[in-house]
Write a protein that binds this ligand. Structure first.
Ligand code: F6R
Length: 603
C-alpha cells in the first residue's frame, strides 16, 4: 500500500528519495511522486502514473534539493492518475503533503472549510493540504496550522508536510498508519517502512499515534497531543540490507519459497532448546492455558495459516480454537467465551482490518498475542505479547515463507501449551525434530522445481480457471493454494472442501478444467480420491499432490512422509511453485501483481 519517504539534510536528496520509493515498490502502488527543495531556492514536483522507473525517467538533472518527500500511492479515493498521485499542494503550492491512510470526514471538511476551493483531483489527501493552507491564514506558523488541521481530521493517517517558505523542516504526524523517523549524521529521514531508508541509517525512532514531529537536519522534536515534548530513545533496526536484495534470483517470490527450509531451522533455534524443549516465554503459555477458548484473527494467507494452526492447537494442546476473518470480526463480533485469548496472525503487523479488532479487544481488556514477521509493527506493539516469525523480510506480494513460518510457530506454541497441560499428544510430539524433517523435505521439493514447471505447462497454460480440493488440513491448504494461484497468475482459482464440490460448484467443471487434489491424510484420502473421480468423469484434468504413503503411481507430485500434523508445511510448497511458474509462463510480474498491496493499511 501507499509508502512515504522523506529527508532533510545537506546533500542532494533526489536519488535517496527515489531509491527509498524503489524499496517500497513491493508494497503495491499505482503511481508515485516526489517533491524536493532547498537548492538555489528552486523546488521541483515530479509525479508519474505507473512504476518508479517511469518516475525516474521524468526526473531530470535539474531536479535537486536537500529536503524532500516522496510517495507511492495505492488508489483508494480517486482512480490511479497523475492528478491523484502525491505529493499534493495547496496555498499556491506553498504547502506540500504526502499521506498514507484514509480520511473519513473529507466530505464534511470540504463542506465546512473549503467551499469554492479549486481541487486538482479527487483524493482525500488534497482536502487535508488545502485545510492546512486554510488554517495557515490565521495560525502563527506551519506547526500550528498543521495542528489545527489534525484536530479536525478523522481517520487513519501518516502525513509528511513541507512549507516551501521554510524549506529546512518536514512536519510529520500519524494516527494508525505506520511512520518512523530515521537518524543520520547531519540529516534525518522519515519513512513508512524502515526498509526504505536502511541504506541511509539503521537507527530509528518510533512515533506514537497523535504525536507531531518536527524533523530538521540536526534534530527532531516530538510533541504529544497536549503539546508536551516527548523524549524517546532510538532503536537499531534488526535488518540487513542484504536481506532485502534478491541477489541472483529473478523474483523475490522464488527466493522466498527457497528460503523456507532455512526459516524452519531458524524457528527451531529461536523457539526450542538443544533437547527439543520449547523456550517460548512461560507468561504467554500460562495466559493461554488459563483461557477457555482461543480466537485466531487474521486476513488472507495469514487467515489460512490460522486454520491449520487451529487443528494443531486443538489436537496437541486440547484448547478449542475459532478462526475469524478480521474484516468480519470487527463488525460482527461472535459471542465470546468467558475467558478468551486472542491470537493475531499478521506477516506485516500493520493490517488495518486486524488492528481494528485488536483495538476492540484491548478495550474489552482481553489478552492477546501477535505472531508477526515485523518487530515493532503496530500489531506487535499493541498486543499484550508478541512472537516473531523470524522469516526474514518478505518482499513478494504473494506471501509464502510467512505462511509456513506462521504454521511452524503455531506448532511450537501448541507444543508449549500442550506440555504445560501435560497432554499425552504433546508429549509424543517432538516439534523440533519434526520441523527439522520438514526443512529437509521442503528442500527435496524445491530442488525438483523443474518437474513442477513442466507440469504447469501441461495443466495451466491456457485455462481460465482451476480448483484445489482437499479435506481437513488439505482443504485449508487448498484455500491457500488457490489464493496464491489467483493473486499472481490471474487464473480464477477456488479452494474447496472436496466433499462440498458436488453440492453445487461441480457445475463449473468442464472438459479440461484443472483440478488439483491435495491428499496427505489417511483418514480422508479415499474420499478425496472419490471426489477426484467425480470431477474426472465430468472432464476435469486432475493433478494429485499426495504423501508417499498414500500415493498412487499416477500422482503428479509425491511428497515424502512427514508428521501428520505438519503435512501442510510440505504440501503447500508445490502449490507455491505452481503459482509461480503459471505466472511466469503467462508473462506477468510475479512479485507485483495488479491491484494488490503487500501491507494493507486501509480497512
Ligand atoms: C496473499 C497475502 C495476503 C496477506 C493479507 C494479510 O499472498 O499476502 O492475503 O496474507 O493481506 O496480511 P498480513 O499477514 O500482513 O496481516
Amino acid at each position: 500500500m501507499c509508502g512515504i519517504v522523506g529527508i532533510v539534510g545537506k546533500e542532494n536528496a533526489t536519488d535517496i528519495l527515489v531509491q527509498g520509493l524503489e524499496k517500497l515498490e513491493y508494497r503495491g502502488y499505482d503511481s508515485a511522486g516526489i517533491f524536493v527543495t532547498g537548492v538555489n531556492e528552486q523546488d521541483h514536483l515530479v509525479k508519474s502514473l505507473g512504476r518508479i522507473a517511469d518516475l525516474r525517467a521524468r526526473i531530470g538533472q535539474e531536479v535537486q534539493g536537500t529536503v524532500g518527500i516522496g510517495h507511492t500511492r495505492w488508489a483508494t479515493h480517486g482512480k490511479p492518475s497523475e492528478r491523484n498521485a502525491h505529493p499534493h499542494t495547496a496555498g499556491d503550492h506553498q504547502f506540500i503533503l504526502v499521506h498514507n491512510g484514509v480520511i473519513e470526514n473529507f466530505e464534511e471538511i470540504k463542506q465546512e472549510f473549503l467551499q469554492g476551493e479549486q481541487l486538482a483531483g479527487e483524493t482525500d489527501t488534497e482536502i487535508v493540504v488545502h485545510l492546512i493552507a486554510h488554517f495557515s491564514k490565521e495560525a502563527p506558523n506551519t506547526k500550528e496550522a498543521f495542528k489545527k488541521a489534525l484536530a479536525v481530521i478523522k481517520g487513519s493517517y501518516a502525513f509528511a508536510l513541507i512549507n516551501k517558505n521554510d524549506p529546512e523542516t518536514i512536519y510529520v504526524a500519524k494516527n494508525k498508519s505506520p511512520l518512523l523517523i530515521g537518524l543520520g549524521e547531519e540529516f534525518n529521514v522519515i519513512c513508512s517502512d524502515a526498509m526504505a531508508m536502511l541504506s541511509q541509517t539503521n537507527r530509528f525512532v518510533e512515533i506514537a499515534d497523535g504525536e507531531l514531529v518536527t524533523v530538521k537536519a540536526d534534530k527532531i522534536e516530538i510533541e504529544d497531543e497536549t503539546g508536551t515534548i516527548v523524549c524517546r530513545d532510538s532503536y537499531e533496526a534488526q535488518l540487513d540490507l542484504s536481506d532485502i536484495e534478491k541477489g541472483t534470483y529473478p523474483y523475490y517470490m522464488l527466493k522466498e519459497i527457497d528460503d523456507q527450509p532455512a526459516v524452519m531451522r531458524r524457528i527451531i533455534l529461536e523457539y526450542t532448546d538443544q533437547v527439543g524443549r520449547t523456550t517460548i516465554d512461560q507468561t504467554i503459555i500460562e495466559k493461554i492455558t488459563e483461557s477457555d477458548r482461543v480466537y485466531v484473527v487474521a486476513c488472507g494467507t495469514s487467515y489460512h495459516a490460522g486454520w491449520v494452526g487451529k487443528t494443531i492447537i486443538e489436537k496437541v494442546a486440547g484448547i478449542p480454537v475459532e478462526v475469524h476473518l478480521s474484516s468480519e470480526f470487527s463488525y460482527n463480533m461472535p459471542l465470546l467465551s468467558d475467558n478468551p485469548f486472542f491470537i493475531f496472525l499478521s506477516q506485516s503487523g500493520e493490517t488495518a482490518d486486524s488492528r481494528q479488532v485488536l483495538v476492540q479487544i484491548n478495550d474489552l481488556g482481553f489478552p492477546s498475542l501477535t505472531l508477526t514477521n515485523v518487530p515493532g509493527s503496530t500489531l506487535s506493539r499493541e498486543a499484550m505479547y508478541t512472537l516473531l516469525l523470524h522469516a526474514g523480510p518478505e518482499i513478494a506480494v504473494a506471501s509464502t515463507k510467512a505462511y509456513t513460518a506462521q504454521i511452524a510457530v503455531l506448532a511450537v506454541l501448541a507444543k508449549a501449551i500442550g506440555d504445560k497441560k501435560a497432554s499425552p499428544v504433546s508429549k509424543a510430539f517432538d516439534v523440533a525434530h519434526e520441523l527439522s524433517v520438514i526443512a529437509s523435505v521442503m528442500e527435496t521439493i524445491i530442488d525438483d522445481k523443474i518437474t513442477i514447471s513442466q507440469l504447469v505447462e501441461d495443466y495451466l497454460a491456457v485455462t481460465r480457471n482451476a480448483f484445489y480440493i482437499g479435506r481437513g488440513t488439505d482443504y485449508y491448504v487448498s484455500m491457500e493454494a488457490a489464493l496464491k494461484l489467483k493473486e499472481i497468475s490471474y487464473i480464477q482459482a477456488e479452494g474447496f472442501a472436496a466433499g462440498e464440490l458436488k453440492h453445487g460448484t461441480i457445475a463449473l467443471i468442464e472438459e479440461g478444467t484443472p483440478v488439483f487434489g491435495v491428499i496427505t491424510d489417511e483418514k480422508t484420502a479415499a474420499h478425496t480420491r472419490g471426489n477426484l473421480k467425480e470431477v474426472e468423469s465430468r472432464g476435469a484434468h486432475n493433478f494429485v499432490i499426495s504423501l508417499a504413503s498414500l500415493a498412487k503411481e499416477t500422482d503428479q507430485v509425491i511428497l515424502p512422509d512427514v508428521h501428520p500434523l505438519l503435512t501442510s508445511l510440505v504440501s503447500i510448497v508445490p502449490t507455491q511453485l505452481i503459482a509461480y511458474f503459471a505466472t511466469l509462463q503467462r508473462g506477468y510480474d510475479v512479485d507485483k501483481p495488479r491491484n494488490l498491496a503487500k501491507s494493507v493499511t486501509v480497512e
